[in-house]
Design a protein around this ligand. Structure first.
Ligand SMILES: *Cc1c(COP(=O)(O)O)cnc(C)c1O
Length: 346
């Protein structure tokens, strides 16, 4: 009675292998909920893939991957003194401020670092001027091992090439002794064009979603039907004593808010399509029922009421094929916010 992720192992592994063969410098990203798989599982896969570096999101995540993966570990969240990361020769720190670099070069160790150049994301990173000062500092005081420069780009609306070309000019001007550029969210075409324009540089894409979740048809999610109750129009049900809008069946399935089911990850909300879908949602709300991610008898079904912690109540109108207790039903999830009870790799 669980929420299960089924992985077609052959297809999934074939996709992972093909991605790494196409992009030999690829740095897999394992962070957060491990894209639904968990950090440990992704670390073991990275080991199996034979990549030399695995990226984690935060310092707190290192422990989950370091025993399962024996290469270098790149931490994507920039180094801050208050995070008190210890020294470990396998760690590569992201350094996004000149003041942090000054602290690191003055320390007793020779930590490995990637310097982050700010992009139009405006999240973290050094300005062109700071990058030049970093170049001057490292030329004088070799207190750190420079592994490369990082560029974290926004998700593509238009091509990133103009921006990346300008940023690479800053890298050249900084005099930093590295030709390795770690990039995020560039398309295969953009990478190809960059490699052609900047043949002296090595570009290393950091990839999570397209790697782990890229073979989407190798991944299916199922829930267990826990109970079914026929209702007549007007019958009361649920925590809130709602009344059935029509005759049908209340179906109780595994999966609730504790699994991330029914939670909507915030969207940009700026496109027409997003706005249209919230109008649809508003329309269903007005009837008292919202669309659920569960698919029964070939159709996505309505929540009979908001999902509970570990189970959800669905409303199935009469005329639909009613599943039996114990049956599995499919559902669509956002992998980055879902906790599965079980992962079955075939
Ligand atoms: C999370 C993250 C990535 C990977 O993002 P995906 O969209 O999952 O591929 C890459 N770079 C940075 C800096 C990140 O934080």
């Amino acid at each position: 009675m669980s929420l299960t992720l089924h992985v077609d192992g052959v297809r999934w592994r074939r996709h992972l292998r093909a991605m790494v063969e196409r992009e030999p410098g690829l740095v897999p990203v394992a962070k957060g909920n491990g894209y639904g798989f968990g950090l440990g599982k992704l670390a073991r896969r990275a080991q199996w893939l034979g990549v030399d570096t695995l990226a984690v999101g935060t310092y707190a995540e290192i422990g989950e991957v370091s025993k399962r993966f024996d290469g270098s570990i790149l931490v994507l969240t920039p180094w801050r003194e208050f995070l008190r990361p210890g020294y470990d020769e396998r760690l590569i720190h992201t350094v996004s401020r000149l003041s942090d670099l000054e602290m690191l070069v003055a320390g007793p160790h020779r930590p490995r670092v990637v310097l982050e150049r700010a992009t139009s994301m405006r999240r973290h990173g050094m300005s062109a001027r700071e990058l030049r000062k970093a170049g001057d500092l490292l030329a004088k005081i070799p207190g750190v091992v420079l592994e490369g420069v990082a560029l974290h780009l926004p998700l593509a609306q238009v091509s990133h090439l103009g921006e990346v070309n300008a940023l690479l000019t800053d890298v050249v001007a900084s005099g930093l002794k590295t030709t390795t550029i770690y990039v995020s969210h560039l398309s295969a075409t953009e990478l190809k064009q960059l490699r052609a324009s900047w043949p002296d540089f090595t570009f290393r894409p950091r990839v999570g979603t397209d790697l782990w979740l890229g073979a989407r048809d190798a991944l299916t999610v199922s829930a267990t039907v826990l109970d079914v109750h026929p209702v007549e129009r007007g019958d009361a049900y649920g925590y809130r004593g709602r009344h059935a809008p029509a005759a049908g069946t209340i179906v109780i399935v595994s999966g609730g808010t504790a699994h991330g089911v029914g939670l909507v990850a915030p969207t940009g909300g700026s496109t027409l399509r997003n706005r249209a879908s919230s109008v649809v949602r508003g329309g269903l709300d007005a009837m008292g029922l919202v669309r659920s991610p569960y698919i029964i008898d070939g159709k996505s079904r309505l929540f009979a009421e908001p999902p509970h912690m570990q189970a959800s109540m669905l409303f199935l109108p009469s005329g639909s094929r009613v599943p039996a207790v114990g049956d599995q039903v499919e559902l669509a999830v956002r992998f980055t916010i879902t906790s599965f009870d079980k992962i079955v790799v075939s």
